[in-house]
Design a protein around this ligand. Structure first.
Ligand code: HEC
Ligand code: HEC
Length: 573
């Protein structure tokens, strides 16, 4: 009996010892709901164990986040700090624009989102080990958006080196751009600051402010906190004086004793503030004096940062342009006489029509990580010719195939503009298949960066069934690449005598579609960005009712146009 008791007791103790860690673990793993939600909705991208290696991860760039390193991009917290629960909840709610991370506002309840936050935190032990809550970026003393503020911010954009990655005008075409990789060694690109609807974490000045003060953890974008700022600790006036002294020394001029003392004093202030910033970053106890030095220095930094956030805000249009449908459809405008050249001011009188582009993922090889967001188009025509101005952002200027250790294999940039061979007879007449045609062929203008002044005419019956036309048409072509933007100017006659070409008539709606290749992003052949069919029209002259001129003028020019068209038609037939 005693032996049985002893055995039972030891068995019980043994069981307790074995069970204990798993009790602890269950507490750590968060609730069952969180785990369930995660495994149902998140694991196929983020992986069962949170390593960012779910079955769908392979083709995605940026990759689904690996939660085991505690690196989070979109935080309200300072550099080096973990996100708050609210940060995680918010990003799960709204998703990350420009990536495959969806928003879950409608498909998961508030409670489910809260529980899944608890669950993903279990993948990184830092969340449990932290005793203090993460320090948040201070948003007080915001400087409102104004022209003056934007102007100051513009200077800081260069001073702080944003320009090296994001480029002169913010299109992400800085000199360092092609070489950047993230914390997991995957290729990554600086954001195009002129398209803020693609920002991962929102486009308000507050969002932008938090991104560069707190940094975007896991990405090569550094946190601009404290001593990364020029003359940290000095007031703007002191900084100006110090810069003047530094310049004198640089120019080999002697400093007076007084100046030398002043320079030493400023150096001292800068050094003390930088040391205080280090203590702060490391979370050390700070004396009230040191804390004051740090806070005073940060006040200047925060002020500058608001200006910079306002400048970044100013780089994008107020809202994303409307797609080229409905009243935004591309309407080529009539001009009497000579059509405008590439650099002509006349172009500024027209609004761009905006065509969004998407990665081609129907046919192998596919583009799952598109780098070009849209192409913009304007057009004029006169009695005999039509001219188009196409423009699109591209972070890299690639004119040939290249193999480079830092940037990998790149190809040349290109664009193709696609039309049906014949415009449909009406809205119900089917168009050719949007991916370069099928049974119904398409007619294409292809331009490549290696031959910037020429255009090739193709006829295609499928994405891999394109042929150069034997008789190449007469085009005038000019192009330009500046500050991360391509402009392509193409002029052609409205009518040609090649049956394989599209013939253009006033007031006929013509389907138009685009393919764009960013060679720097590995685009080649079917790997590219594409649009679906849109349409454009040679806008007929305004009706007489809208003319302020005497009706006679309108009648006359209309008569002329009809006459000319007849003449051309007769000549062509
Ligand atoms: C289709 C794939 C996909 C699914 C499904 C998905 N995610 Fe993501 N998620 C991503 C990608 C890709 C990123 C990284 C984006 C980036 O780094 O810019 C990401 C990033 C995140 C981040 C990091 C945010 C930050 O600030 O860095 C969190 C948190 C997150 N996901 C949570 C979830 C949760 C929770 C679910 C399920 C409810 C989920 N994700 C489902 C693709 C996905
Ligand atoms: C070393 C290169 C580098 C420098 C310098 C740099 N950035 Fe970035 N920046 C990036 C990269 C890369 C991303 C894309 C991050 C991501 O989403 O993975 C980015 C993204 C951004 C974004 C978009 C944030 C979002 O929500 O998606 C903003 C805004 C931004 N940077 C502003 C700035 C400003 C302002 C500066 C200067 C103070 C700056 N950057 C300096 C590389 C850089």
């Amino acid at each position: 009996m005693r032996i049985t008791m002893l055995t039972l007791t030891s068995l019980f103790i043994l069981a307790c010892v074995v069970m204990l860690p798993s009790f602890g673990q269950e507490a750590q793993e968060g609730s069952l709901i969180g785990k369930q939600v995660y495994e149902e909705s998140c694991a196929h991208c983020h992986g069962l164990e949170g390593r960012g290696d779910g079955s769908g991860a392979e083709n995605l760039l940026p990759r689904p986040r690996d939660f085991t390193r505690g690196l989070y991009k979109i935080r309200s917290t300072e550099s080096g700090q973990l996100p708050t629960d609210k940060d995680l909840f918010d990003i799960i709610t709204v998703g990350m624009p420009g990536t495959s991370m969806p928003g879950w506002e409608t498909s998961l309840s508030t409670n489910e989102r809260e529980e899944v936050v608890k669950y993903i935190k279990t993948f990184f032990s830092g969340f449990q080990e932290n005793e203090k809550p993460p320090r948040e970026v201070r948003l007080a003393d915001k400087i409102p958006y104004s022209k003056e503020s934007v102007e100051i911010g513009k200077g800081l954009y260069v001073e702080l080196g944003c320009v090296e990655c994001h480029g002169n005008l913010g299109r992400g075409d800085g000199t360092s751009a092609p070489t950047l990789v993230d914390a997991w060694d995957f290729k990554t690109w600086p954001a195009n600051l002129t398209e803020n609807w693609n920002f991962r974490g929102g486009s308000d000045p507050e969002d932008i402010f938090k991104r560069f003060i707190g940094g975007i953890a896991g990405s090569p974008m550094p946190a601009f906190q404290g001593d990364t700022f020029y003359h940290f600790g000095l007031t703007p006036e002191q900084s100006e004086q110090y810069a003047a002294l530094e310049k004198k020394v640089e120019d080999g001029e002697e400093l007076t004793t007084e100046e030398e003392e002043l320079a030493a004093q400023y150096f001292e202030i800068n050094d003390t503030a930088a040391t205080a910033a280090l203590d702060w970053a490391e979370g050390l106890e700070m004396s009230p004096e040191t804390l004051k030095i740090y806070n005073d220095a940060m006040k200047v930094v925060y002020e500058k940062s608001w200006h910079l956030a306002n400048y970044v805000k100013s780089l994008s249009p107020e809202k994303r342009p409307e797609f080229a449908i409905g009243k935004h459809v591309l309407r080529s405008q009539y001009i009497q006489g000579e059509l405008p050249a590439l650099a002509d001011e006349t172009w500024n009188t027209l609004e761009f029509s905006y065509y969004p582009l998407f990665g081609q993922i129907v046919v192998e090889p596919r583009q799952f990580n598109p780098s070009i967001d849209s192409v913009n188009v304007k057009s004029f025509y006169n009695d005999t010719e039509v001219v188009f101005l196409f423009s699109w952002d591209d972070k890299t200027h690639n004119t040939s195939e290249e193999e480079n250790e830092e940037t990998g294999k790149t190809y040349q940039d290109a664009i193709a503009i696609q039309f049906p061979v014949r415009p449909p007879k009406g809205p119900t007449d089917p168009k050719p298949y949007f991916l370069w045609g099928g049974k119904k062929p398409v007619y294409l203008w292809q331009w490549k960066a290696s031959a910037p002044d020429t255009l090739t005419e193709l006829t295609a019956k499928g994405i891999d069934k394109a042929e150069e036309q034997e008789a190449q048409g007469n085009f005038a072509v000019e192009s330009d690449y500046t500050d991360g933007k391509y402009s392509l100017w193409v002029k052609r006659s409205l009518k040609t005598d090649d049956k394989k070409d599209l013939q253009l008539d006033v007031a006929t709606f013509v389907p138009i579609a685009f393919s764009v290749w960013d060679g720097g992003n590995g685009d080649i052949d079917t790997k590219r960005v594409i649009s679906s069919w849109y349409s454009f029209v040679l806008e007929p002259l305004p009706s007489t009712r809208r003319f302020i001129y005497p009706p006679l003028v309108a009648l006359l020019s209309f008569g002329l146009l009809v006459g000319l068209r007849r003449f051309i038609q007769r000549r062509n037939s």
